[in-house]
Design a protein around this ligand. Structure first.
Ligand code: FUB
Ligand code: ZN
Length: 645
């Protein structure tokens, strides 16, 4: 099998560092890894069969496609806002392109080629393409850096073009072989000219930076790398402002290489950090990595929810101050979770450190997945950790950035699972998958079998192995207890190395098997007291899943004023079912704060208040956070006060 991973050589995934890139790990290429059933394989199927078709229908219904028809002169009428409607189209196209790895689906192919034709028809002779400015504000081209979203949309088109180029057989030049590549190439040239003529232009919503780096990786055209570098280098001079949003909202307050804290609009901040990490990988510029590491530390130490969700504030869709992580008031946009996953993957490639894979996992199973309804056609934009009822999933949003972001991430998810080095294979995400890759010494092929996240067992079974010692590295989650490992049924040391991975290096034979197991007992998690909404509270976790208490329907006992016990044996596990989803649920007997024997109606005391319900309490059930709000209106709490003692 030929190598399929670097610039221009292309059947690959969303991030394919060049041959000389500063990376610790290399991603597996498009033909080297596939999810095979299991928790995420089934979700890829749901995405293919339900979510993407739903997205395609919504693009027509909400006017995104009509906007493009108007730009192409094939329709007349008002522009359908918001300004960045094109980006939703591009993200769905990207999802369809990744989906091709699992076979072409006729309706999706029709959508793809019709839309690509429309884009080519709408594109102006100088390469400009943006339906908002073409239809609604022709004089406004490149005049509104803060909020125009032109380069944001352009970046999404480039990423869709890269996905297409990496999903089709290698015929012709890397960009020319697809339908989108020529359009994206012309637009990139138009953007480059516009940026040359406007040296003060700073793109208000990052996205194009990482897209340009990927265009460079795909095509080998250094101009795209140079442009990405230039655009990142322009930030930090306080030029971007909009209404009450100052330069920090746009990450334009401090030069990127000097920034130490995540701040401002969360999706903007994290897309920019994706681009910065990509630039570090391709240029080796250490200042970029140092800033990324510092910003990651800041985010994790005080600005990330237990779910991995980020961007606490509704105001500005922004990171808040340190420890400002309200439960009910959380914003936690689904796109911010996607962006965090994308960034953590890049940081993992750059450094090889397990902490990035672990945050990616936490975010994927919780903060991200909660944004995608179990029916595949309903979504959350905002992902709080508490709801008093009334929060409902929507089939789409007026600002619909999140649903198509779900589609493209899930369609390309196999690329976030494993990497290779000269020594062997690293499995970062414990997902059922198959792999086949060429290492220096020969071919390594096999499959991973697991019922994770609900069971803590995993088997790697090899079909083929190089005739030389090869390292199989499995990430052992930091919370895992009672870790055991066996090679061909015989115990091997299960202690992960300092890098967080269990390494077993030997000359493997076809048919060999490496098994990893660990307990998934419930963890009772408490928060730093500076996270005020979690003070005196606990949350339950099991494996990578964060749990929440949910009381669906008006007849269920209220979750207001409850407290839960946390002593060993207080919380039982049992099989559960949320709609179509089989789960493990957690059950305990809650008690409720009462008014006490004196009947005091004033909720302030000199002594501790008391628990009103009898010592036996009443049953409450916790379900995985990602499954909440799939049974109609409900109350939900991830953090719940604990019964003292
Ligand atoms: O501005 C484009 C997208 O819309 C952002 O990424 C989201 O936060 C939403 O505001
Ligand atoms: Zn969004």
């Amino acid at each position: 099998m030929t190598s399929v991973r670097t610039g221009g050589a292309a059947v690959g995934g969303p991030v394919e560092p060049g041959a000389a890139a500063a990376v610790a790990l290399r991603p597996l290429g498009g033909e080297e890894v596939e999810l095979s059933g299991g928790f995420w394989g089934q979700r890829q199927l749901l995405n293919r069969e339900v979510t993407i078709p739903h997205g395609i229908a919504m693009l027509e219904e909400r006017g995104n496609i009509e906007n493009l028809r108007a730009a192409a002169g094939q329709a007349k009428g008002e522009y359908h806002e918001p300004k960045f409607m094109d980006s939703d189209v591009y993200k769905v196209l990207e999802a369809v392109a990744w989906e091709r790895r699992r076979g072409r689906e006729p309706d999706q192919e029709r959508f793809f080629s019709t839309t690509a034709g429309l884009l080519a028809a709408a594109q102006m002779p100088d390469g400009y393409l943006n339906s908002y400015f073409q239809v609604a504000e022709p004089e406004g081209r490149f005049r509104d850096p803060a909020m125009g979203h032109e380069l944001y949309c352009a970046g999404h088109l480039m990423q869709a073009a890269v996905a297409e180029a990496r999903s089709v057989p290698k015929v012709g030049g890397p960009l020319e072989r697809g339908l989108l590549g020529p359009v994206a190439g012309r637009l990139a040239r138009c953007v480059a000219t516009a940026m040359r003529d406007r040296p003060g232009f700073v793109p208000g919503h990052p996205e194009v930076e990482m897209a340009l780096v990927e265009m460079y990786r795909l095509s080998g055209t250094r101009r795209w790398l140079g442009l990405a570098k230039q655009l990142v280098g322009r930030r930090g001079r306080g030029r971007l402002e909009w209404g009450s949003f100052g330069p920090d909202y746009f990450q334009d307050d401090i030069e990127l290489e000097k920034a130490q804290e995540v701040r401002g609009h969360a999706v903007r901040a994290l897309y920019l950090l994706c681009g910065a990490t990509d630039l570090y990988m391709e240029t080796g510029r250490k200042e970029l990595l140092a800033s990324c590491l510092a910003q990651w530390d800041d985010m994790v130490a005080a600005k990330t929810y237990l779910t991995g969700g980020v961007g606490a504030r509704h105001e500005g869709e922004a990171f808040g101050a340190a420890f400002e992580l309200p439960a009910e008031g959380a914003y936690c946009e689904t796109c911010a979770a996607v962006a965090s996953i994308m960034w953590n993957w890049r940081m993992l490639l750059a450094t090889g450190e397990a902490r990035f894979a672990e945050l990616l996992e936490r975010t994927l199973y919780n903060g991200f997945l909660a944004g995608w309804g179990l029916d595949g056609r309903s979504f959350f934009y905002v992902n709080p950790l508490r709801s008093r009822g009334g929060a409902g999933r929507q089939p789409w949003y007026r600002c619909a950035c999140c649903p198509p972001n779900v589609m493209r991430l899930v369609a390309s998810l196999q690329h976030y699972v494993a990497t290779r080095t000269a020594e062997g294979l690293q499995l970062h995400q414990l997902m059922a998958c198959s792999f086949r890759l060429a290492l220096a010494g020969g071919s390594l092929a096999g499959r991973v079998e697991t019922a994770y996240p609900y069971e803590g067992e995993l088997r790697v079974v090899l079909d083929d192995a190089p005739p030389a010692p090869t390292d199989l590295a499995l990430r052992v989650p930091s919370w895992a207890k009672d870790v055991q490992a066996r090679a061909n049924g015989r115990p091997v040391p299960a202690e992960p190395a300092a890098d967080g991975y269990l390494h077993v290096r030997r000359q493997w034979q076809p048919g060999d098997e490496l098994a990893l197991s660990f307990g998934l007992s419930v963890r009772v998690t408490r928060a730093d007291p500076r996270i005020e909404d979690a003070t005196g509270c606990v949350a339950f976790e099991r494996g990578p899943l964060v749990y929440c208490f949910e009381q669906p329907g008006p007849a269920a006992p209220s979750l207001e004023g409850v407290a839960v016990p946390t002593q060993p044996g207080d919380v039982a596990e049992r099989h559960g079912q949320v709609g179509p989803e089989p789960t493990v649920e957690l059950v305990c007997r809650a008690r409720r704060w009462g008014t006490g024997p004196s009947g005091q109606r004033w909720p302030y005391y000199e002594t501790q208040p008391w628990l009103g319900t009898g010592p036996d309490g009443f049953e409450v059930v916790a379900i995985p956070y990602y499954t909440w709000a799939n049974r109609g209106p409900s109350q939900m709490r991830a953090w719940v006060p604990e019964v003292a003692g």
